[in-house]
Design a protein around this ligand. Structure first.
Ligand code: NAP
Length: 337
């Protein structure tokens, strides 16, 4: 029997999609996460072995990683809001434990999933390269702890572990529980604002492209020690994406124009109120989420194409078509929603 590939965060969106792909290729896979119900369902569907583990606990992490050929570390707490200690636990401590287990059990390769949130500072930026300087202060605890986790992985590479870090941008597709469902919900309520006319460019990643990049990272020797962007290579104005989504759902396209600067001020006030009075409750809108919609951020894929052999395949129209098909929605006649 082949040595298994361990996929962390397998009960989540990206990890689950990777498990499906690896199993479809006949690879031996250990899927791990904390949600036993989701894990059991994934195991039934794919034939992967599910091992529940809290990666913030070193003994549990060792148990799942012992004997692995390679590890893809996709688990994280990704949210614009939350207790800083929860981010440290899920993103930094868990990564330290994964790295230590990989070193202890001589795992041949660790592919670590990070995020381009580490670049975000509310300025519009196009064609960002992996070597571009990062802001002095991270935008929130998510970005702060994901950057710290990258540093944990980079230090392990310096000690001899074969590592590859990927920074995929804004994942969407069938199984998405985060980005598009929130947009769809806001469209249904007729509450999606067009920030600055919807002109900012968004650089989305269809889930199959992200999975393809992970598969490349597992096999490309040239990529070892590197950090790589992943997108579907098809940046579009956010207004165009939202219009396509609204059309596909048979909902009215948003028409309410809002100044991004003004919206950011309002979100800032809301955040301050929550921090003072309701710190455990996420505000309805955060400056970070608004900023992602209002500020252009596109990523250069030259290094991923060159070193990983990565080539994105799913353009926006096709990705949205597949996402909408997974929702099993039929467009309603315009104006009926
Ligand atoms: N989604 C995006 O648009 C996006 C964009 C850029 C980067 N990323 C990165 O891509 C990766 C995957 O994101 P995703 O959207 O698939 O996330 P997700 O759906 O929220 O899944 C997160 C996964 O992490 C697991 N997890 C969290 N804390 C854990 C812990 N202490 N021990 C074990 N497992 C733990 C969760 O397990 P349980 O649910 O079972 O507890 C779940 O399987 C993350 O590293 C994220 O930072 C995502």
């Amino acid at each position: 029997m082949d040595l298994p590939i361990v996929v962390t965060g397998a009960t989540g969106f990206l990890g689950g999609a990777l498990v499906r792909r690896l199993r479809a290729e006949g690879r031996s896979v250990i899927a791990t996460g904390r949600d036993r119900r989701r894990g059991a369902a994934l195991a039934r569907e794919t034939g992967a072995r599910f091992e529940p583990a809290d990666l913030a606990m070193p003994t549990e992490t060792d148990r799942v990683i012992r004997g692995a050929l390679a590890v893809v570390h996709s688990a994280a707490l990704s949210s614009p809001w939350g207790d800083p200690r929860a981010f440290d636990r899920a993103n930094v401590r868990a990564t330290e434990n994964v790295v230590q287990a990989c070193e202890r059990f001589h795992v041949a390769r660790l592919v670590h999933v990070s995020t381009p949130a580490v670049y975000f500072d509310f300025r519009a930026r196009e064609g960002i390269r992996e070597s571009d300087p990062l802001p002095g202060t991270m935008v929130n605890d998510y970005a702060r702890t994901k950057l710290e986790a990258e540093r944990v992985v980079t230090r392990a590479h310096a000690r001899g572990l074969a590592t590859v870090i990927l920074r995929p941008r804004a994942l969407y597709g069938p199984g998405d529980t985060t980005i598009l469902p929130r947009v769809v919900e806001a469209l249904r309520r007729g509450q999606f604002p067009l920030l600055d006319g919807g002109r900012s460019l968004v650089d989305l990643t269809f889930i199959d492209d992200a999975v393809q990049a992970l598969v490349c990272a597992l096999s490309s020797d040239r990529a070892i020690g590197g950090t790589y962007h992943v997108t579907s290579g098809d940046p579009r104005p956010i207004g165009e994406v939202i219009a396509a989504l609204a059309d596909g759902l048979g909902l009215a396209r948003p028409t309410r124009h809002v100044s991004a600067d003004r919206a950011l001020v309002v979100a800032g006030v809301l955040e301050a109120l929550h921090r003072a009075l309701l710190p455990s409750i996420e505000p309805r809108i955060t400056r970070y989420t608004l900023g992602l919609l209002a500020r252009t951020m596109t990523l250069d894929l030259t290094a991923a194409r060159r070193d990983l052999g990565y080539a994105p395949r799913v353009a926006l129209e096709e990705g949205l078509r597949r996402y909408l098909a997974s929702l099993d929605v039929r467009p309603l006649p315009k104006g009926s929603a």
